[in-house]
Design a protein around this ligand. Sequence first.
Ligand code: ZN
Length: 257
Amino acid sequence: MRIGAHVDSADPLAEAAARGAEVVQFFLADPQSYKNPVPREDVERLRASEVDVFIHAPYRLNVASPNNRIRIPSRKLLMTHARAAAEVGAKGLIVHGGHVEGGDLAAGFANWRKAFEYAENDGGLPLPILIENTAGGDNACARRFDNLARLWDAVGEFGAGFCLDTCHAFAGGEDLVGIVDRVKAITGRIDLIHANDSKGGFDSGQDRHDNLGNGKIDPELVVAAIRASGAPAIVETPGGVKGQSADIALLRERSGA
Ligand SMILES: [Zn+2]
């Protein structure tokens, strides 16, 4: 079982070492912008490292959007981030399921499909895209699993992967008991777990991560999800080196990893 953390992008390998992490995730550009990835000096070191690397796409990226001025740059960003992520040897690019302003989810799923078609016509995706479930919104493509199933009908054939966030699932109103089986019945796979506690209550719709055992989720359910999935796990929790090291230690201790 490989466990790690979402860290600052300046020197991810140093951050991983400070936490004893076997996996790291970071951003390649300002997550609140539509900016292209920033060129890095540590590409060779990242590729050579024994630490598994995952890249998180910017939050603004929303390929499901009905708005051209969001959807078109989002498609392009998906490609530039996928290429830059492959360049650093990443095992996957995590992209939020997105949402449909105005509410026609069918159009959102069709737009997701078009994003994969666009990518195929633009040379293909050089690494797996891992679609992540989200916590909030009524028009989210990957909050409720009935919608996730519709999304997968649209994109499954393109080899999309899945990232399960425990905070988002809980706050999004999906029971964590037996969740891995429910997800796998839809997607057939879980590539990564985001192992986070939730400050917000069940079905609150709040995307507010907390340290394991500090929030509303029973940590045993997070451990059970990691174990059942067999996937690597990343904590996206507060508290820097100290807070995240404690979360990683808790997961290792309880899972016997
Ligand atoms: Zn997450």
